[in-house]
Design a protein around this ligand. Structure first.
Ligand SMILES: O=C(O)C(=O)CC(O)[C@H](O)CO
Ligand SMILES: [Mg+2]
Length: 400
C-alpha cells in the first residue's frame, strides 16, 4: 500500500522584492511525500498568518503520516472528526486545504491524469482571466489609465482594481468623487469591451456601500466585490440588492466552509461566488461549493491571489467547471522569485490560460527555489497601509 511518509512545509519569500501584493509576500507550499518517493504539492494562505498556518499544517501532518493518500474523502471525514474547530478556524481550514490540493496532485500523478479528469472531466480547455495586482502605486486617474492600457496590451480582456484609496468604513463626498474619477479613467482607457471589476475589500459600512454601488452602476462593472464588511453581512447585502438590483455583487474569498456558501446563496444576495481553493477545503470543498452554486444558478469566479501552486490548482478546478464566469490572476504581476516556484509557467494567450493537461496539477515545482528562498517569520506589517491593499494605493490625490 502507498502511504504518506512526510509532509514538508516551505515558507518562501524574498521580501526585498515584495511588490504589489503585501499579503502574499510569503508563499506557504506543502510537499506531501509517499513511501515510494512520489510527491504532491499544495499551497496555503499567508495573509498575516504565516506562523499560525505553518503550525496548523504541522498538526495535519501528525494525523496524515502513515495514511493511504488516495482515500481523499475518508481522510477529510476523519480529520473533520478530530479537528474540533475546523468549521470555525481559518487556520485549520487553510492547512487542510493545502494538503487536500497535494493529495489530488499525487492522485493525478499515480493515474497519469490531470486533476480536472477526476473532477468531472474537461469542460473548458481555455480559461478567461482577469488581471489583478497591476496597479501598484497608482493614485491619480491618469496613473490608473496608463497602467490599465498596459494590461490590455498584455492581452487581458478584463481587470479588477480597488479605487477607494485610504477610506475605510465611511467615505466622504470627495472620496467618492476620487473613486468615480479613477474608475471612469480606466473605463475610458480600456474601452467598452474590456470588463472592469470593482474591488472593495470589504471596507464599507452599509450606508457608504449603498452610495458607492449606486455611483458605480453607470460603469457597468462585471461585478462589485465585497461592498460591505465581510462578516456574512446579510442585512447589508440585502439593502444593496434592494437599491441596485442590476449590479452584480461578488463575495466569497473569505468563506471557509460549504455551509457558509449556502448561507449566502439561499438568501439570494450574491450573483457571483468567489471561493478560494486554499481556504475552502481544497478540491474537496470546491467540488461541493460548485454543486451548490449550480443548484442556485450562481456563477463562480474563484479567488486566486497567493501563489503559483494555488494558481495551477485553481485552473485545474476551472477546467471542469461549467458555471465558471471568469478567473482571477496575479501571475503576470508577481515578482520573479514567486514565478520561479513553477518551472513551466502557464502562459496567457489573448487573455486566456490554456489548462495544462499533464498529470496532477500539470506543472513542475522548482524544488531548488523552495529551499533557496526559505524564509522564517511573518510578512511585513505596515502601520499606515493595510496588508490587503495593492501596495502604494492607500492615498488620496486631491488636497481639500
Ligand atoms: O484578490 C482579491 O480579490 C483580494 O481581495 C486580494 C487580497 O487583498 C487578498 O486576498 C488578501 O488575502
Ligand atoms: Mg478581493
Amino acid at each position: 500500500m502507498v502511504t504518506i511518509k512526510d509532509i514538508e512545509i516551505y515558507s518562501v519569500s524574498d521580501l526585498a522584492t515584495a511588490r504589489a501584493s503585501p499579503w502574499a509576500s510569503v508563499s506557504i507550499i506543502v510537499r506531501v511525500v509517499t513511501g515510494d518517493g512520489q510527491v504532491g504539492y499544495g499551497e496555503a494562505v499567508p495573509t498575516l498568518r504565516v506562523n499560525q498556518v505553518v503550525r496548523a499544517i504541522e498538526e495535519v501532518r501528525r494525523f496524515m503520516i502513515g495514511k493511504d493518500p488516495f482515500r481523499i474523502e475518508y481522510l477529510f471525514r476523519e480529520w473533520y472528526k478530530h479537528e474540533f474547530y475546523i468549521s470555525r478556524s481559518f487556520e485549520a481550514v487553510t492547512a487542510y486545504s493545502a494538503v487536500d490540493i497535494a493529495l489530488h496532485d499525487l492522485l493525478g500523478k499515480y493515474l497519469s491524469a490531470p486533476i480536472y479528469q477526476f473532477m468531472g472531466g474537461l469542460v473548458n480547455e481555455k480559461i478567461k482571466a482577469y488581471a489583478n495586482g497591476w496597479y501598484n502605486d497608482c493614485v491619480t486617474p491618469d496613473d490608473f489609465a496608463r497602467k490599465a492600457k498596459e494590461v490590455v496590451s498584455m492581452g487581458f480582456r478584463a481587470m479588477k482594481f480597488d479605487p477607494f484609496g485610504p477610506y475605510f468604513d465611511q467615505m466622504d463626498e470627495e472620496g467618492l468623487e476620487e473613486a468615480v474619477e479613477r474608475v471612469r479613467a480606466v473605463k475610458e482607457a480600456v474601452g467598452k469591451y474590456v470588463d472592469i471589476l470593482i474591488e472593495t475589500h470589504g471596507r464599507f459600512n452599509v450606508n457608504t456601500a449603498i452610495k458607492m454601488v449606486k455611483a458605480m452602476e453607470q460603469f457597468n462593472p462585471l461585478f462589485i466585490e465585497e461592498p460591505v464588511h465581510p462578516d456574512l453581512n446579510f442585512e447589508g447585502l440585502a439593502k444593496i440588492k434592494a437599491v441596485a438590483p442590476g449590479v452584480r455583487i461578488a463575495v466569497g474569498e473569505r468563506i471557509i466552509s460549504v455551509e457558509e456558501a449556502l448561507q449566502l446563496l439561499e438568501r439570494g444576495l450574491v450573483d457571483v461566488l468567489q471561493p478560494d481553493i486554499t481556504n475552502a477545503l481544497g478540491f474537496t470543498g470546491m467540488g461541493r461549493i460548485r454543486a451548490l452554486t449550480e443548484t442556485y444558478g450562481i456563477e463562480l469566479a474563484p479567488h486566486n491571489a497567493f501563489g503559483p501552486v494555488q494558481h495551477a490548482a485553481t485552473l485545474q478546478f476551472d477546467a471542469s467547471t461549467y458555471n465558471l464566469l471568469i478567473q482571477e490572476s496575479f501571475y503576470e504581476f508577481w515578482p520573479q522569485w514567486k514565478r520561479d516556484i513553477i518551472n513551466n509557467a502557464i502562459k496567457l494567450e489573448d487573455g486566456y490560460y490554456r489548462v495544462p493537461n499533464r498529470p496532477g496539477l500539470g506543472v513542475d515545482v522548482n524544488e531548488k527555489a523552495l529551499t533557496e528562498m526559505r524564509f522564517e517569520g511573518m510578512e511585513p506589517f505596515h502601520e499606515e497601509e493595510p496588508v490587503w491593499v495593492i501596495k502604494g494605493t492607500w492615498k488620496r490625490y486631491k488636497q481639500s
